[in-house]
Design a protein around this ligand. Structure first.
Ligand SMILES: [Zn+2]
Length: 230
């Protein structure tokens, strides 16, 4: 396996920040957490969550497609924006990572339930919601057992689980594919059901895999080199 971590020596450990662990220089290691709650990234997460909730409520009350589309767009664009702002401004925190994951469930579940008012697809939506809330929520919180900034850096621990679940392509696919299929192919819901079921299988398999990985104890840094596997 290719090493994605920079070589680390004790000489690299720079203690510049009082009260925080010395940085080891590995991008995405938990030691980079600036431990701030109030920052632009978390503000965007709050705003996009509340704005999407407001829009989806209007969509439900007025039975309006355009308002639901607006709710989805605010959720999708805002979810991409909060992560990018965090990266650009060096505001990635472990708190922000967990907060974002929880807010994703609020926006996604509310939008999917109102989507059912417009497209009668209970089975594909039910499989998706089970996958996203019952399997993917705990799965996406599990990486926080390791000293990483967020699941976006889980390639430092397990490249396969990362690629299947937290690579940007995997994340965008999981949040947009089902709705897109149901909108584009409303008369062929079996396609959406097969897609939702396939993702569910991958998520259950990933959950089992990540649960079996060995978690290091009492270190603010990711393990050096290839991750220790069970
Ligand atoms: Zn570190």
């Amino acid at each position: 396996m290719a090493h994605q971590t920079a070589p680390r020596s004790t000489a690299d450990l720079s203690p510049r920040r009082p009260g925080l662990p010395a940085r080891c220089g590995v991008r995405g290691c938990g030691c980079e957490d600036p431990r701030q709650l109030r920052n632009a990234a978390n503000a965007v997460t709050v705003l996009r969550t509340l704005a999407s909730l407001a829009l989806v409520t209007v969509a439900a009350v007025q039975h309006s497609w355009p308002w639901l589309l607006a709710a989805y767009l605010v959720y999708w664009i805002g979810d991409s924006a909060d992560g990018n702002i965090a990266r650009w401004r060096n505001q990635e925190t472990r708190f922000g990572a967990v907060f974002d994951v929880v807010c994703d469930r609020i926006n996604c579940v509310s939008c999917a339930l109102v989507f059912l008012q417009f497209v009668d697809a209970p089975w594909p939506i039910a499989v998706f919601l089970f996958q996203f809330v019952v399997v993917d929520l705990p799965l996406t919180l599990l990486p926080m057992r390791w000293p990483v900034l967020s699941p976006n850096y889980f390639h430092l621990i397990d490249p396969l689980a990362y690629t299947l679940n937290w690579h940007v392509v995997a994340k965008v696919t999981n949040t947009t594919l089902l709705i897109t299929l149901l909108v584009v192919l409303p008369d062929h819901q079996w396609v959406a059901l097969v897609a939702a079921s396939t993702v569910l299988v991958i998520k259950v398999w990933s959950l089992g895999r990540v649960l079996r990985l060995t978690v290091p104890k009492d270190t603010p840094h990711v393990p050096q080199g290839a991750a220790a596997r069970a």
